[in-house]
Ligand binder design. Structure first.
Ligand SMILES: Nc1ncnc2c1ncn2[C@@H]1O[C@H](COP(=O)(O)OP(=O)(O)OP(=O)(O)O)[C@@H](O)[C@H]1O
Length: 329
């Protein structure tokens, strides 16, 4: 089946009097139909630039993009009616109610007003639909934004940080909504920094760093590639942790002494080897658990953005274009 979205070799350089920055440096991405696809990357890595370029809001400097099988931006008008998107927090008129706002948007988009109560219901705003938007919380405005993107029953829904400003209950509702939309046949592409959430919601992910794809695949594949083989060991109470760590290190393992009674062990043949080495010295275990890699670990390692003690990471991820030092020199 043709992917719903395909990007290859996308390039975008922002130029100003201060210099030129490569926001996208040959970026590739594929999103298959019916998936919830997570788009992840550190601050300034190029996510919004990608989404804005896809939607024809930014002119790329090179590369190819297709949406629903049609090349964009050239054929964007043919597919725009089937793509719903929120790429920046949309501004709504505070004095209008959600119902009026959506009705006007429906009229403007040639959508039957009968769809308005449906989308209000979908995003959980039905009970507040007749109140003015200026009385809404941030999370409620976010829901209204999603409702507006759903008006035209899109085949592809693109959301930039949809969980922004939502409380834990709201995040969970958004997760259910994404899954329901996907189950109804819609493809969803969402960018987010809430990695635990992405791990729960998404079928597949693309991770971008410095304007390039650094990994992509199903969440399970990305996690499997990242599996560190680490094992968490809990020792019997009153065991000398340092002694146990020393024994394992002598055998070539990498050992981190954790909170009371726990060790994390890497680079060892297997759990049986840990048990054998310690039992030979009359040290016994209560528990031995493989440490499952999570998306946050994979993300921090792949993007090189894990915090380093005593070092303040600078947030901008994009590379200066060749020959530029940021001051146009
Ligand atoms: N209009 C612009 N003019 C100049 N530089 C820009 C412009 N928009 C984005 N950039 C730069 O391009 C790079 C990529 O920005 P982009 O907004 O795409 O990142 P992002 O991955 O969406 O980041 P975040 O997670 O912080 O939202 C950054 O260095 C940013 O400063």
């Amino acid at each position: 089946m043709t992917p719903v979205l395909e990007i290859s070799g996308l390039r975008k350089t922002y130029r100003s009097r201060k210099g030129a920055r490569n926001a996208l440096d040959g970026f590739d991405m594929v999103v298959e139909a019916g998936q919830v696809h997570g788009f992840l990357g550190p601050n300034g890595s190029g996510k919004t630039t990608t989404l804005r370029t896809l939607l024809g809001l930014i002119q790329p400097d090179g590369g190819r993009m297709t949406l629903l099988g049609r090349e964009v931006p050239r054929h964007l008008p043919e597919v725009a009616g089937r793509v719903g998107a929120i790429v920046e927090s949309p501004q709504f008129f505070g004095r209008f109610t959600a119902e009026t706002t959506l009705s006007l948007l429906a009229d403007a988009g040639g959508v039957d007003r009968g769809r308005v109560p449906e989308v209000l219901d979908l995003v959980g705003l039905r009970d507040r639909a007749k109140e003015k938007v200026k009385t809404y919380s941030l999370g409620m405005k976010q829901r209204l934004a999603v409702a507006s993107a759903l008006l035209k029953k899109p085949t592809l829904l693109i959301l930039d940080e949809p969980a922004n400003g939502l409380d834990p209950g709201g995040i969970r509702e958004m997760r259910t909504l994404m899954r329901d939309l996907s189950a109804s046949g819609m493809t969803v592409l969402l960018s987010s920094h809430i990695l635990a959430e992405i791990q729960l919601i998404c079928d597949s992910v693309t991770i971008i760093s410095a304007g390039r794809r650094i990994t992509a695949g199903s969440v399970a594949e990305v996690l499997a590639r990242h599996d560190s083989g680490a094992v968490r060991v809990r020792l019997e109470p009153d065991t000398d942790q340092e002694e146990a760590a020393r024994i394992l290190r002598e055998a070539g393992a990498q050992v981190t002494v954790e909170t009371a009674g726990h060790l994390t062990v890497r680079d060892i043949a297997g759990p049986a080897q840990i048990t054998r080495l310690l039992a030979q010295r009359e040290i016994y275990l209560c528990e031995l658990t493989p440490v499952a890699a999570d998306l946050e670990d994979a993300f921090l390692e792949l993007t090189g953005t894990a915090p380093v003690e005593g070092h303040h990471r600078q947030v901008d991820e994009s590379a200066l274009a060749a020959g530029q030092d940021g001051w146009g020199r």
